[in-house]
Write a protein that binds this ligand. Structure first.
Ligand SMILES: [Zn+2]
Length: 451
């Protein structure tokens, strides 16, 4: 056979030099160079690159992938080129280290000073790294979007927790999807008004494929008004934080012409726990939603009669109770009905006389709480996680808190985002090059890439 002899590429190894904060440089070992695109160790030297750092011009060695089947060649004519810090092994190690760091920081909520100690960097660097990561996530995908794509959820849990910032309580209101188990709506606010809850509901709804037809929550009035005023058919399962926690109230809203029909169903919290016949109570109310014409104040024009303002009132027996009607009144005033529940097959059979609306409300409840007691079963872990996250230092504003909570929830929702962030961003810029202490020798040795 004629022609040029096939060139054999020896594996290439290079020292990794670490520079500390104070500028001391030392080597922590050698790694083998592999193509960052295909992972092949068929690589060769390819001159040098000019690099300017701290106004000093240095030259760094450049390499080229020699693998003829490299994926890179499918899109480009020229083989993949890289330098030590963009090589496969190096990137992979950094990725692992950053993943651990980010999990400690954002998910475990480890204190900043403890993190600084663990990773051998200063507290300022911890917060700078956090900022870098948040910026990278932001650049990759809008920070205000909690999920990358719409979720299959039709039922959500609305829950709130509070944090103290500079002595002021701020609320974190969350909507968690029952199917996806992701947080699909969030708001950080100094209040927990109907408007705040509505904003969370609206965000959650936008993040689903088919919209939301069931909400679970505690008995907070603002949440009750939000669901009531949505103007669409919906089931609201309320589990009041009230001892002995044995009652739950299901409210179903539907609309007919100008009327809202509210069906209130009172059930024991263990309604869906086991198979059997259960008693429940039902109250139905109709509300005319036609806007009322306000009566003019004062004396009608032309009338000379003075108002009978100060006429003493006749006593009308016992004083009427003021305020909102008790949520539990269904348990005393509601009509008694029975249902046969099978939480294994997720079926509800109601006795004659119950409406299809009641059946719909009970089905929605069983769908979520089969074999469980009706209570908050979704958001508890999120509450505790938000508390640890908020331990971290930073500007004490509602905006900052919301930004941080969103970034954290987003990574929890879509951990794969972090993967992309790391590969594309990590090694750019001086920042991480100054933090190469992340790579500890033991791990490199374990992986067999250090000599
Ligand atoms: Zn390659």
């Amino acid at each position: 056979m004629l022609g040029r002899k096939k060139k054999i590429y020896e594996p290439i190894w290079r020292f990794i030099e670490v520079q500390t904060e104070h500028g001391t440089r030392f080597s922590i070992g050698k790694i083998q160079l592999q193509c960052p695109t295909c992972g092949s160790s068929l690589v060769g030297g390819y001159g040098t690159h000019k690099r300017t750092r701290n106004e000093k011009i240095t030259r760094v060695e450049n390499f080229q992938c020699k693998n003829k089947d490299c994926v890179h060649l499918k899109a480009y004519k020229i083989p993949r080129q890289f330098v030590l810090t963009t090589s496969y092994q190096f990137q992979a190690l950094i990725a692992v280290k950053l993943q651990n760091f980010y999990e400690d920081l954002m998910i475990e909520g480890t204190r900043q000073n403890a993190l600084a100690k663990k990773y051998g960097i200063s507290e300022a660097q911890v917060s700078a790294l956090r900022f870098e990561l948040e910026k990278a996530i932001d650049a990759l995908h809008r920070l205000d979007a909690l999920v990358v794509k719409r979720q299959p959820d039709s039922a959500i849990a609305i829950d709130e927790t509070f944090l103290k910032i500079e002595g002021v309580s701020i609320y974190v209101i969350l909507a968690t999807g029952y199917q996806s188990r992701k947080t699909i709506g969030v708001k950080v606010s100094k209040t927990r008004s109907e408007g705040d809850i509505r904003a969370v509901f609206d965000e959650a709804e936008k993040n689903t494929v088919n919209g939301i037809d069931t909400v679970t929550s505690d008995a907070l009035n603002a949440t009750q008004s939000t669901v009531k005023n949505l103007g669409k058919e919906i089931t609201h399962i309320i589990h009041p934080h009230k001892r002995p926690y044995d009652k739950a109230v299901i409210k179903h809203y539907r609309y007919e012409e100008n009327e809202r029909i509210t069906t209130v169903v009172g059930v024991p919290t263990d309604f869906c726990k086991t198979r059997g016949k259960r008693l429940f109570r039902v109250l139905e109310t109709r509300t005319n939603l036609t806007p009322k014409i306000k009566k003019k104040r004062g004396r009608p024009i032309g009338s000379t009669k003075k108002s009978k303002k100060n006429k003493p009132k006749k006593s009308q027996g016992p004083k009427k109770k003021r305020g909102r009607k008790g949520l539990f009144s269904v348990f005393t005033k509601g009509k008694i009905h029975y249902a046969t529940i099978d939480p294994y097959r997720k079926t509800v059979k109601i006795t004659k006389g119950s409406s299809s609306t009641v059946a719909a409300a009970l089905n929605a409840t069983l769908f979520i709480y089969a074999l469980m007691s009706i209570q908050n079963n979704l958001a508890e872990n999120i509450n505790s996680f938000i508390r640890v996250v908020m331990r971290l230092t930073g500007p004490k504003t509602v905006e900052f808190a919301e930004r941080r909570v969103r970034a954290t929830l987003k990574i929890r929702n879509c951990p794969e985002l972090l993967q992309n962030v790391k590969i594309s961003r990590t090694m750019r810029g001086e920042f991480l090059l100054n933090n190469l202490k992340f790579i500890d020798c033991a791990e490199l040795k374990e992986m067999g890439v250090i000599m």
